[in-house]
Structures are given as structure tokens and as C-alpha cells.
Ligand binder design. Structure first.
Ligand code: SAH
Length: 264
């Protein structure tokens, strides 16, 4: 997969690309990422990328033509068609499903905005306008890195253990089960009450009984999703076992609610 990131701050994205899973994917040739400086696609002596908004108002707007030239150059080098993503708080929400869709595209381009954003005519060359959440950032560089990271780890071979990708939060519409590692017992001071407690790893995980462990993990994933993100359950892919467990968990939740409403 080829990825081209167009930005006025190349240094801001270059360094993070060297680390971790994405860095390794690039080293191993699974990902071919190039960072393009938007200023390289200007034609004036001062390499100007922004201008005042027509109609007045505060701030500056990114000029359209440097983006057009950048996209022409990328297409000439990488081939067509390009999947061109515009980062924008006005875009469709970026989700795991969007990441999966993009991970199947051979040529990805990520356009990073700045200031008040892009001249609206840039959208003519864009295939997907994506937002990473309902908040406004000062630039599209962090969103581009977020999107690239989520997409890269779905490319076969990038994350060593395919199983771990398949079982993660959102992959089936459920949150992940809780994880533990050594030591089996730790003393910890609570962030909210400052009380000290000894916390043990759930017994079943030390049992070596793999069938039991699988059941426990399924149940915990369901319980967590029900508690934190019940909205996800409507779209989740559940097996018969999980449907049964979910029914039990919901019944239990109902009992707890009635108790709270009835008692004081
Ligand atoms: N005035 C614009 C926002 C400009 S913010 C508007 O209201 O739509 C500057 C740039 O940061 C944007 O062009 C975009 O590239 C990026 N950006 C800011 N918030 C973002 C978000 N939630 N998701 C994706 N990109 C975002």
C-alpha cells in the first residue's frame, strides 16, 4: 500500500512514522509512505500556501491550486485511481469500519488542513472526507497519523499476530476483554479514594483451563460493552453462546436497576 501525506508541517508527521508498528511496516516494505510539503507545489517565489477568505472574516484559508498540483504529482508517481482523504471536522466519522475499508485501497492520500481549513473547491478532488471526532484541532497532521495508524495495522502482515487484530475492541462490534500480566497480586492506591487495596488476577486466568478462559473472556467483553457502550451491541456479530450470555447479563442488569430503584 502506498500512502502520501500532504502537509505544510512535514516534520510533524515524519518522526512518529518511524516508531512502533507503522515504523516496522515501512522498514519491512509493507507500507510505502511519503510525506509531501505542500509548499513544494507552489509556483511563486515566497511559496505561499494560504490567503485571506473571500467575503472577509478572520483567519487564513489554504489555497486550492497547490493541492491540485500535489495530487497530479502523486498520481503521476503512484498511478490512478487515488483514494484521497480530506481531514476535516465536517467529515464522516472515522471508525474501525472506515479503517477496514481504507486498508483495502492500494493508494491512499491524506490531506492535512491548517488555519480555517481548505478552499472548498479542493473537495472536488477528494474521495473521502473524514473526521476523527467532534472536536476541532489546529491541523490535519494528527488526524492523518491517527487514520494511517488504524489503517496500517489492518494490512496483512503488519501486526505480527492476526488473531490479536481480530479479537480487539470494535473488530466484531464488542469492546475487548480485560487483560492481566504478572505479577499475580499487586498493592494499588485508588485514584479516586486513595485507599490501598491488594488486587489479584482473576483465578480463572491462572487455571490453565482454556475452555473456561474463553468463556470468561467472552462474558467479560460482553459485560464491558453492555456497561460502557451498549450502543455497539445493536451492530455486534454474536455467536449463540454470546447471545445467551448477553441475555443473562441484561437480566442481571435489570435486577440491579430494580434493586437500586426500590431500596435507598
Ligand atoms: N474551520 C474549519 C476547521 C479548521 S481546523 C471547520 O470548521 O471545518 C484546521 C484543520 O485541522 C482542518 O482543515 C482539518 O484538516 C484539521 N482538523 C481539525 N479538526 C479535525 C477533526 N476533528 N478531524 C479531522 N481533521 C480535523
Amino acid at each position: 500500500m502506498t500512502v502520501d501525506i500532504v502537509t505544510i508541517f512535514p516534520a510533524m508527521v515524519a518522526e512518529p512514522l518511524k516508531a512502533g508498528v507503522v515504523g516496522r511496516a515501512i522498514d519491512r516494505g509493507l507500507l510505502d509512505v511519503r510525506v509531501r510539503d505542500l509548499r513544494d507545489f507552489t509556483t511563486d517565489r515566497h511559496r505561499v500556501v494560504d490567503d485571506v477568505p473571500y467575503g472577509g472574516g478572520p483567519g487564513m484559508v489554504l489555497k486550492p491550486d497547490p493541492f491540485f498540483r500535489a495530487l497530479d504529482a502523486i498520481e503521476a508517481e503512484r498511478g490512478a485511481p487515488l483514494t484521497v482523504v480530506l481531514t476535516s471536522p465536517q467529515g464522516r466519522r472515522f471508525t474501525q469500519a472506515e479503517a477496514e475499508r481504507l486498508s483495502a485501497r492500494p493508494r491512499l492520500v491524506l490531506l492535512c488542513g491548517r488555519y480555517e481549513g481548505f478552499d472548498d473547491r479542493v473537495r472536488e478532488r477528494v474521495t473521502d472526507e473524514l473526521s476523527i471526532g467532534d472536536y476541532v484541532l489546529s491541523g490535519g497532521e494528527l488526524p492523518a497519523l491517527v487514520i494511517l495508524d488504524a489503517v496500517a495495522r489492518l494490512i496483512p502482515g503488519v501486526v505480527g499476530d492476526e488473531q490479536s487484530v481480530a479479537e480487539e475492541s470494535f473488530s466484531r462490534g464488542l469492546l475487548d476483554f480485560p487483560q492481566f500480566t504478572r505479577p499475580p497480586e499487586v498493592t494499588v492506591r485508588s485514584a479516586t479514594t486513595s485507599a490501598e487495596r491488594v488486587l489479584k488476577v482473576p483465578e480463572v486466568l491462572l487455571s490453565g483451563n482454556h475452555a473456561e478462559i474463553r468463556r470468561w473472556r467472552k462474558r467479560e467483553a460482553l459485560a464491558r460493552t453492555l456497561e460502557r457502550r451498549p450502543d455497539l451491541l445493536a451492530g455486534a456479530e454474536l455467536d449463540e453462546d454470546e447471545k445467551q450470555m448477553l441475555q443473562e447479563l441484561r437480566a442481571l442488569q435489570g435486577v440491579q436497576h430494580r434493586r437500586m430503584a426500590g431500596g435507598k
